[in-house]
Design a protein. Sequence first.
Length: 289
Amino acid sequence: MKPPKFDYHAPTSVEEAVTLLAGYGGDAKILAGGQSLVPLLNFRLSRPAALIDLNRIDSLAYIKERDGAVHFGSMTRQRTIEISPVIRQRLPLLAEATRLVGHLPIRSRGTIGGSIAHADPSAEDPTVLCALDGEVVVRGPRGERVVAASDLFRTYLTTSLAADEILVEVRLPVMPAGAGCAFEEFSRRHGDFAIVGVAALIIGEGKRCTTSRLALAGAGPVPLRLRAAEEILEAEGLGERAIEAAAVRAAELAEPDSDIHASADFRRHLARVLTGRALRRAIGRMGGP
C-alpha cells in the first residue's frame, strides 16, 4: 500500500524543525528512523498533513558522558549504541537490550529517541529508560524542558509530549561499577517485538541487595516499573526465596491485555518466569568488569 499525500520537510536545525512543527498545529509527524511510522503511513493508520524529517540534523546524533550520565542525541542510531565501547562499559543493560531490537537493518535505521517517543510498551528502549530512572529533554516553541521517565509515558503509543514538542535528548545515569544487570524477553521469532520483557539491575554484595531496579515490557499500556518487587529484594536479600517472591510479585503487578499474540494470563506467566530469569543472571554478573 501507499501512504496518503503529505507535505515533506527536511530541516537542518532543531530550531527550524520546531518552527515547522508548530506551523501545522498538531497535524504533522516527526520522522526519525521511520521503522514504526512508515508502516503506519503505508497502512493509512496515520494520516498527517506533513512529515518533519530529522535525519539532516547532525547535531541530534551523539553519545556523551557528562555529570554521571550518558547523554544521547535523539537521532543516535541503535546500531551505534550497540557497538559503542562507552555503552558497553557504562550502560551494559542498554547494550544488552539494544541487541534484542529487531534485526540489523532495523537497528541501523532506528533511533533511541524515535523508539522512546513512539512509546510502544513492548519496546526495549522505553523499558530501559524506566528501569534506570532516565529522563528526556524536549524542545518546543515555549523552550526546553526535562521530563522524567516516570512522567513520560501515558498509555499505548502516547507520551506527555505536546504536539508541538520534539524529543531532542535522552539521559541515562551511568550504572555503578560492579552492578549486575540482565534483559530477558520472549518473542515468537527472533527479531519480533517482545511479548513480555524484563530489565533488571542489581547492586549489592553477596546475598545483600542495596539497590534493585526492575521494569516490565509488554504487560500493560506503558513500561511498568516494578517497585514492590524491588522492595522485596532490598528487604530480604538475593537468596532464591526472595528472587521467587519478587518474580511472583512482578506477575501480580502486571496489567496486561489479551490480544492476537498472547492472553493476559500467559503474559503474567511470562512476567514471573522472565523476572526470575533476569534476576538470576543479573545477580550472577555482580562484581564483574
